[in-house]
Structure formats: C-alpha cells, structure tokens
Design a protein around this ligand. Structure first.
Ligand SMILES: *Cc1c(COP(=O)(O)O)cnc(C)c1O
Length: 478
C-alpha cells in the first residue's frame, strides 16, 4: 500500500461528504488535526489503522444480516458471511479460542450477550428440560412466570468499581445490576492487589452463578487459573472481560495463568482499546456455550454491523502479524517507564507500579482531587481521565485518581525516553496546581489554580514531544 493511496482515499471520501454536508467533513478533518496535536494518555483509546478505518466506510453497512454465518434471516448475505467468517476465524486463531462471536457492537453489548448465554445455559435450559419442552413458547403460563423469576434471581460476583472493576459487572446504574444480585471483591488495602483468598471466601459465602474477572483501572495482572479454581469450587461460570487488555493477550504479553482464554468459560472484549481495531465488541467461548452466544442477536443486540465486522477482520489480521507482539510488549515497557518516571519524582501510584498498559496515580499525594488534576493536565495539553482509587474518599465523580495508559502513544511510536519526559510534564503540572475554593471560602473539589503561563509552556513541551512521531503519517489531507 503506497502512502499516496491512503491520502487519496481519505481526501476523496471527505470531498464526497463535503458536497452533502460540509460541516461533517470539517469535523472529521478537525478530529484528525486534534488527535495529531494531543498527548493522548487515555488508557481505553488507540488509533486504528487506515485499512481498518476504511473497511468501515462502505456499502456493507447497507445489509441486514440477522442470524449467523450461513444461517441468515435475510437473503443475499454471502459477502457479509465472508467478512464475518473471516473476523471469527482471525479471532479464534489469534486467541486460541474454540468459538468467536464478532457481532457485538461494543464491550457492554458483548457482556450482555455473555450474561444471557450463561443464563440460558444454566437457568433456562434446565427449566425447559424439566418441563419437557424444546422452547420457551411451549411453557405454560405458570412455568414461564417461574422461569422469569428464576432468571431475575441469580448472583454475580465481580471486582468492585473502586478497585478497577467495570459498571457492567453487576453495578446498580447498569442493567447488569438490575438483573443480578451482585457482590464485589476488592483489593488488599495494604498492597492494592487482588487478594485471592478473599475472593475465594466471598465466593464460598455468596455462591454466585457467575464469577467475573476483568477491569478498566487495575494496573496489575490477574491470575486467571486461580480465579477459575475458585469458580469451580462453588460451581460458578467463570467469565473474563478483557476489554482493556485484549491487545496484551493478543500480543502474548499475558500468557499462561494470565491469559484468560484457556481458563475462562467465556471471555468478552472490546475491539478498539489495546487491540487497536474498530469500535466494537466480541465474545470468545468453548463449544458448550457457543450456540447460546450465537443467539446474541436478536436476544440483546440489534442487527449486526457488517461494515464493522469487516473492519474487525482487518484489525484482527493485523494483530496476527509478528509486529503486533512487539507493539504489545512496547505498550507495557512504556507504561512501566511512565510509572518509574512518576515514582522517581515522588508520585504516589496505586499498587506502586504496573504490569500492564495503565498507571493509576493517586493524586491525593499532590493535594488534589482527580477532577482538579484532570482539568489542570488538560489545560497543559495532556489528555487523561480521572478515576476512583481503592476506598476513594472523593467518590466516583470527583475521585482521587488519574488513569493514564500507553496503547495510543505506543501506536504513535513514542518510547521509554518520551515516557520519562511525559512523567516530568505530568509531575510538573500536578506539583504546580493548587486546589481552589468556593465563593464562601470553603475548599472546592473541582476548582484549581494553575498559572496559565506554565500550562502553555507544558502544552508546548507536550506537542514538541510528539513532533518526531507523526500520527497517520501516510494521510495528508492538505
Ligand atoms: C471499556 C469497557 C467496557 C465497555 O466497552 P464499550 O465498548 O464502551 O461498551 C466493558 N468492560 C470493560 C472492562 C471495559 O473496560
């Protein structure tokens, strides 16, 4: 692929869009310019390849393709079958999974597919068998009523939000919390690490139907072999949501006990975080749950997005290349360099470091809330997000943490030297920021004071750091 072809493709696309609604074309162009300028440390974001992006913008989007490969409820799905089968094949090969379902539109959707596959397998199927019928429409009103009550009365054990768990692992604001009776396991207050004895104890007491592992803000590895043993000891289905770290599994950084695929009954993921594909989701499982997982649409998902499945096939093909393993190991080396750079300058980090792609700074060490720190860094050209820390005294809105991740900057080509420079910039901003106060003189959790001259100076240094590492170097829109 010549550099020229990529520029031509995007330029032509924008020209076609501009003829209809120029403001959309302008916003797309402006997004590229903004992304090129920003020191993006958001742990859940990345930059998909031009081939992945282009695979999404076409007429595959025009097809309805409810059903699965070769078994569609609509005619004329042969090309959708081709791309869906390719995406699934690449996913199975990449992760060593028996089955891959590539239709979920996002990570949350993938989790819903997994939850309902487990409920169908463990609650609905036995009820149908007991009533000696083949499907739910054949149940009597009384049996159906009883089954619905049973489906809504199951238990889930997952990681607590402030330890880094995800809202979709049974928390009340999400549908999963309304569906399941949920309890969570936290981390050891002294070390910040998962305490497997405590997880086992909670599992013994609570007897969950589903034990969930996986996180959005935990900077360490999880031993999935031990978690599976715990699940087995109480008859729970073991599910891993690898949304954040799928790229590290794909790139063979997480292997053995730390690779969820051989240990979990079912694995869910996004495709757009460290995996570097299009915005979307995916479910991996063994043969036991495959049929139930394939019912994701129309069970909980709207019609498949064939253009996104095409892009998943492209991105997964990229992730199977040897250079992806190199990328994945550089993500972790960069996160560790960032952590070391921060620690050396006196920052307080949750768990004292990282084994993966993310670092969680406890900004109470700088006398700030997460919200103050996030805004001060943003003023200084550094894009991060605030995040709760374990036992956070400031709650989920203001928080006491800043989560930073390296997948995006690693894609851009930045290395450990630039990570140390980034640590210096972050530390400088946070030491120079002071908490503000409300009009009545009480301390504010949102307001802060940062000398605008310093913010400008750091912004300039941040953009200088990026100059040697052009984003989408093959794409010239000018
Ligand atoms: C990001 C994330 C999700 C949600 O993914 P979406 O694509 O935004 O729906 C689910 N689970 C975990 C652990 C995540 O980090």
């Amino acid at each position: 692929m010549s550099l020229n072809a990529e520029s031509t493709a995007f330029r032509s696309a924008l020209e076609v869009i501009r003829a209809v609604e120029p403001r959309v074309a302008d916003a797309i162009g402006a997004e590229l310019a903004d992304q090129r300028e920003s020191l993006k440390l958001i742990a859940s974001e990345n930059y998909a390849s031009p081939a992945t992006l282009l695979a999404m913008g076409n007429w595959l989007s025009d097809k309805y393709a409810e059903g699965t490969v070769g078994r569609r409820f609509y005619a004329g799905c042969q090309n959708v079958d081709t791309v869906e089968a390719l995406a699934a094949e690449h996913a199975r090969e990449l992760f060593g999974a028996a089955h891959a379902y590539v239709q979920p539109h996002s990570g949350i959707d993938a989790n819903l597919v997994a939850f309902w596959a487990i409920l169908a397998d463990r609650v609905e199927s036995p009820a149908l068998k007991k009533a000696q019928v083949r499907q739910v429409n054949e149940l009597t009103e009384a049996d159906w009523f009883a089954l619905r009550r049973e489906l809504g009365n199951q238990r889930m054990l997952g990681m607590s939000l402030d330890a880094g768990g995800h809202l979709t692992h049974g928390f009340r604001p999400n549908i999963s919390g309304k569906m399941f009776d949920q309890r969570s396991y936290g981390t050891d207050p002294a070390t910040g690490l998962v305490d497997y004895d405590k997880v086992a104890e909670a599992a013994r007491e609570f007897k969950p139907l589903i034990l969930v592992a996986g996180y959005s803000a935990y900077p360490r590895k999880v031993n999935f072999r031990i978690m599976r043993e715990i699940a087995d000891s109480v008859g729970a289905t073991f599910m891993v949501d690898m949304a954040h770290f799928a790229g590290l599994v794909a790139g063979k950084v997480f292997t053995g006990d730390f690779d969820p695929v051989p240990h979990a009954h079912i694995v869910t993921t996004t495709t757009h975080k460290s995996l570097r594909g299009p915005r979307g989701g995916m479910v991996l499982c063994g043969p036991e749950l495959a049929d139930q997982v394939d019912r994701g649409c129309p069970m909980v998902l709207g019609g498949p997005l064939p253009h996104v499945m095409a892009a998943k096939a492209v991105a997964l093909a990229e992730a199977r290349r040897p250079d992806f393993a190199d990328y994945a190991s550089r993500i972790v080396a960069n996160a560790q360099a960032l952590a070391e750079g921060l620690l050396r300058r006196g920052a307080k980090l949750v768990t004292g470091g990282t084994d993966n792609h993310l670092v969680l700074i406890d900004v109470s060490g700088y006398g700030l809330t997460g919200r103050q720190a996030e805004q001060a860094l943003l003023d200084s050209g550094i894009v991060t997000n605030r995040n709760a820390v374990p036992q956070d005294p400031n709650g989920a809105w203001y928080t006491s943490g800043i989560r930073i991740g390296t997948p995006a900057l690693t894609t851009r080509g930045l290395g450990t030297a630039e990570m140390d420079a980034t640590a210096e910039l972050i530390h400088t901003v946070l030491t120079q920021t002071t908490p503000g106060s409300n009009p009545d003189g009480t301390p504010s959790k949102a307001k802060y004071v940062l000398d605008p001259t310093l913010a400008d100076k750091v912004s300039k240094q941040a953009s200088d750091l990026l100059t040697g590492f052009p984003l989408y170097p093959s794409v010239n829109l000018a």
